[in-house]
Design a protein around this ligand. Structure first.
Ligand SMILES: [Zn+2]
Length: 311
C-alpha cells in the first residue's frame, strides 16, 4: 500500500502547485492564492505566508520545512478591496541550519461550505552562513552547577510551553520598532562557545544599551512571561499572535506584568546585565514555534504590507 502512495506524491505536488499558482487555468479558478512576505527567505528569517481564498474558509493549516504553520484570518482590514473572499496569514521561520535550495509550503483546509482546500507554494531558500563566536562568562554560566540543573530544566519546559501557544489574531498592521536605540554588538545566529564549551547558537541579536536604558515593546502583543530566568536574567516575552514571539533579556528592571496587553513602543523595563552576559546590553530575540529568528526582520514593513490583500 505504501508503494502505491509513493509515486503519487510528486504528481500531486505538481498539481497543487499548478492550482496555487493562481490565474485562469483550464480546470477553473485556483482555490487559494499564496504569497510570501519576507526580508529574505533564508536561515534565521521570519516569513509571513499570506493566503487568499475566493470564498470564506472554516479552517486552514500549513506545513513548511517539517513544521506546522498556524493560520489566522487577517481580520477587518482584510475586507478592504476584497471581493467576497478572505485572507489568512501564518508565520514561519527558516531554521538556522537549513541548507539552501527549493522548499514547499503545503496548505490544507476547508471552506465554510465544506469543500476541501489544498494548495502549495514553492520557495527558494537562500544560503546563509553564521560565524563562530567565542565568549567568556562567569563559570556558573558556562557549566551550571548541579543545584541549578532542575531550575534550568523547569525554565526550558516553561519556555517550550509558551512558544507552543498559537493565538488566532490578525497579524500586526505595521512594522515593528527597535526596543532600544543602540546598534547591534552581538551576531545573530552565531555558533557559540562559552569559555571554550560549544553551546546552542545565538538566538537573538545583542543591542548596545547601558544599564538603565528604557526598553520598549517592538510590536503590539501580550506579555506572556515577565520574570527572572537563569540564562537570560530578568526577561520579558511578548506574544504577537499566530505563534510569533519576541524576547527581551538581561534587564535590570521589569515594569510589566504577565498577561498585560502592550502596544508597540510601550515601556517594558530597563536594560541591564542579569543572567549569562559579558556586559550590559539588550538581548532581543524572536521565536516562531521552536525556531529562533532575527527580530530585526520585523523592522521591515514588507512583512506587514497590504494586510488582507495579495499583490
Ligand atoms: Zn544575546
Amino acid at each position: 500500500m505504501i508503494r502505491v502512495a509513493a509515486p503519487r506524491t510528486p504528481l500531486l505536488a505538481a498539481l497543487l502547485l499548478l492550482l496555487a499558482a493562481g490565474g485562469a487555468s483550464a480546470s477553473g479558478p485556483a482555490p487559494v492564492a499564496v504569497a510570501v512576505r519576507a526580508r529574505a527567505v533564508a536561515p534565521g528569517e521570519p516569513i509571513r505566508i499570506v493566503v487568499r481564498a475566493d470564498e470564506p474558509l472554516a479552517e486552514l493549516s500549513g506545513r513548511f520545512l517539517g513544521a506546522a504553520v498556524f493560520f489566522a484570518r487577517d481580520g477587518a482590514a482584510g475586507g478592504e478591496g476584497a471581493t467576497g473572499g478572505e485572507t489568512w496569514s501564518g508565520w514561519a521561520a527558516v531554521p538556522l541550519d537549513r541548507k539552501a535550495g527549493a522548499a514547499t509550503i503545503d496548505l490544507a483546509g476547508r471552506t465554510a461550505a465544506g469543500a476541501e482546500v489544498v494548495g502549495a507554494h514553492a520557495v527558494t531558500i537562500e544560503k546563509r552562513v553564521f560565524p563562530e563566536e567565542r565568549l567568556k562568562v562567569e563559570p556558573k554560566y558556562a557549566e551550571p552547577p548541579k543545584e541549578v540543573q532542575a531550575r534550568i530544566e523547569r525554565e526550558r519546559q516553561e519556555l517550550g510551553a509558551i512558544y507552543a501557544r498559537r493565538r488566532a489574531v490578525p497579524p500586526p498592521g505595521a512594522a515593528f520598532v527597535k526596543p532600544v536605540p543602540g546598534g547591534a554588538t552581538g551576531i545573530f545566529g552565531a555558533r557559540r562557545a562559552f569559555n571554550g564549551k560549544p553551546r546552542s547558537p545565538h538566538s537573538g541579536v545583542d543591542l548596545k544599551a547601558a544599564t538603565g536604558t528604557p526598553v520598549v515593546a517592538a510590536g503590539p502583543g501580550l506579555v506572556v512571561l515577565a520574570k527572572d530566568l537563569y540564562y537570560s536574567g530578568l526577561t520579558v516575552i511578548l506574544d504577537h499572535g499566530g505563534g510569533m514571539f519576541t524576547l527581551y533579556a538581561h534587564l535590570s528592571r521589569i515594569d510589566v506584568k504577565d498577561g498585560a496587553a502592550v502596544e508597540a513602543g510601550a515601556p517594558l523595563g530597563l536594560s541591564g546585565a542579569t543572567g549569562r552576559v559579558t556586559g550590559p546590553h539588550l538581548h532581543w530575540g524572536g521565536k516562531i514555534g521552536s525556531e529562533p529568528f532575527d527580530p530585526r526582520a520585523l523592522l521591515d514593513p514588507t512583512l506587514f504590507a497590504n494586510r488582507g490583500q495579495l499583490p
